[in-house]
Write a protein that binds this ligand. Structure first.
Ligand SMILES: Nc1nc2c(ncn2[C@@H]2O[C@H](COP(=O)(O)OP(=O)(O)O)[C@@H](O)[C@H]2O)c(=O)[nH]1
Ligand SMILES: [Mg+2]
Length: 523
């Protein structure tokens, strides 16, 4: 049962409404379904669960470190890079190994404060890692690092797919549900409540066709909820490794090339993700996590004094950079490569040449700016944090529905169904209906002509009125008139032009425009 303190952790009114529904239904359902509802309630009062997914070596762990602001997730190779790790807020830094049998064991950090790369226990018995960190970023987001899809390592793929809810469950498989009170849950029900609520998808240059499949397979919270612009964003990582010459219109500039490429990928991945944002995870990690030191700054300062022709030659490749005869020790240069790679090194030296008195701290901030991390943070805030309430509530409702379906009791299913209908009919649940409509349309569950689907996407995936209307920056009276016109159009489409499924969506869009119009009129 939920207490007053638990209620305080709910993300907002929609989560509270779904939590209420679970509590009211609990006495009316089987013990097994009730256990599932308890798990749904627990998840509703936890921070939004964001999985970082993508191919192996796309830089997921590097980006996780950058976002948390601490080098804690092991990168590259090692056993622990093949495990799912959940980074959540805690009052004391601690890492726990969770075994398939439910037991846990504390795992000490290594000398550098990181999760060790390798384990001293039987790897095959480990389900996943739980990392509790004091970092403020984790207060309202739980970040889940995954080993990655598309690797040759089948076990890692399986662990990732399981977390994303894409895999069919079999009894021998491990669970993401860790609370002991779930012991009475069957596999289907566990699967319904496990998994992430939102996904940050990491791609690199050249999204492949099966990346889109992987994204399509992502289901938030239940097998019936697919990724869409409501709960998924993508980053184009390793922007520094893009050869601008390979992207027409880039004028030889890496960031212009990255932005153009990200736009192209956005149209490939649409409507699965809200956005594709270019970023250089490696530089972001080094600048944000203390990986970039004043010794590094000194070495870069020394390099900035080199003759131009020599410097350009050294930057031609990592090999030349490290083996060229030069006063900066080879070990230091290898380290610079590992922290910044050639592009970051070039940017840093350019900055030092322009401003020779730049302090190490100021240089670090310049590198952070060059990494594009701020753009990722802004989108995370706009897409995930600002809408955590709706995302969590929608995921919880999907879990509740799946639990009722799995019960096999038609009476129970009907009771749950009716309760959800009552909840959705309430005016204050409009936002939830809008998210649902958006998901139905973008996943193709409800077919819409392309222009209407675009419009649903626009209205549903922004919180800013100008953007919702597709009329950013236009005068107030134009916005008001347009909102009213579209409200009327969708109402008649709902009544006359649509299939029953389309009509349901159309009613929601009509209501959305009507509310926008009311809001504009009141201003
Ligand atoms: N040049 C460059 N290398 C990166 C970037 N992000 C990650 N890497 C490197 O890519 C390798 C794989 O990164 P990792 O985070 O372990 O990938 P994961 O398997 O997706 O978790 C590591 O050697 C990272 O240093 C980036 O933005 N630029
Ligand atoms: Mg990794």
């Amino acid at each position: 049962m939920s207490t007053a303190t638990e209620q305080q952790h709910l993300a907002g009114p929609l989560s509270a409404a779904v939590a209420n529904l679970c509590q009211r239904l609990q006495p009316q359902v089987s013990a097994r379904t009730a256990a599932g509802f308890r798990e749904v309630l627990r998840r509703l009062s936890a921070p939004l669960q964001v999985a970082v997914a993508g191919r192996i070596k796309s830089g997921k762990s590097t980006l996780v470190n950058a976002l948390i602001g601490r080098r804690v997730a092991p990168t590259d190779v090692g056993e622990c890079t093949r495990l799912v790790t959940r980074f959540q807020y805690g009052t004391v830094d601690r890492v726990e190994l969770v075994f398939f049998d439910g037991t846990k064991q504390v795992l000490p950090f290594d000398a550098g404060g990181m999760i060790p790369k390798d384990l001293e226990v039987d790897f095959d018995k480990v389900s996943h890692l739980e990392a509790y960190l004091t970092n403020a970023v984790l207060r309202d987001l739980t970040v889940i690092d995954t080993p990655g899809l598309g690797s040759l390592d089948l076990a890692s793929v399986k662990r990732t797919e399981q977390l994303l809810g894409a895999a069919k469950h079999s009894a021998e498989d491990g669970e993401e549900v860790e609370a002991p009170e779930n012991d009475d849950l069957d596999d289907t029900s566990r699967n319904a409540v496990a998994g992430a609520e939102a996904v940050l998808y990491v791609v690199t240059q050249g999204v492949r066709a099966d990346d889109q499949q992987a994204l399509a397979a992502f289901t938030a919270a239940t097998a019936s909820r697919e990724a869409g612009p409501v709960n998924a964003i993508a980053v184009l990582n390793k922007a520094d490794t893009i050869t601008p010459e390979s992207v027409s219109g880039s004028n030889g500039d890496v960031w212009t090339a990255a932005r153009l490429l990200a736009e192209k990928q956005a149209s490939t991945l649409k409507p699965r993700v809200a956005d594709v944002i270019p970023v250089i995870g490696l530089i972001a990690e080094s600048a944000e996590s203390g990986g970039f030191t004043s010794a590094d700054a000194d070495a870069l300062r020394q390099l900035s004094g080199l003759d131009d022709a020599i410097w350009e030659t050294m930057l031609m490749s990592a090999d030349i950079f490290t083996t060229w005869d030069c006063d900066v020790p080879t070990g230091t240069r290898v380290r610079l490569l590992e922290t910044l790679d050639l592009y970051g090194i070039r940017r840093a030296v350019d900055a030092l040449r322009a401003e020779p008195d730049l302090t190490a701290g100021a240089l670090r901030r310049k590198l952070l700016d060059a990494s594009g991390l701020a753009g990722v943070r802004t989108r995370l805030d706009a897409v995930f944090r600002a809408r955590a309430d709706g995302i969590k509530a929608a995921a919880a409702l999907a879990s509740v529905t799946a639990l009722a379906h799995a019960s096999g009791d038609p009476g129970e299913r009907q009771r749950v169904h009716d309760a959800i209908e009552v909840l959705l009919a309430k005016p204050e649940a409009h936002q939830l209906r809008l998210l649902e409509a958006l998901t139905l349309v973008t996943s193709g569950a409800v077919n819409m002509p392309e222009d209407l689907a675009e419009e649903v996407l626009r209205v549903g995936s922004s919180a800013e009125v100008g953007e919702q209307l597709g009329m950013k920056g236009r005068p107030h009276n134009e916005l008001t008139a347009y909102a009213l016109e579209r409200a009327g159009w969708w109402r008649s489409f709902a009544s006359f032009g649509a299939t029953p499924a389309q009509s349901r969506v159309a009613h929601v869009i009509h209501r959305a425009y009507f509310l926008i119009w009311q809001q504009l009129k009141a201003q």
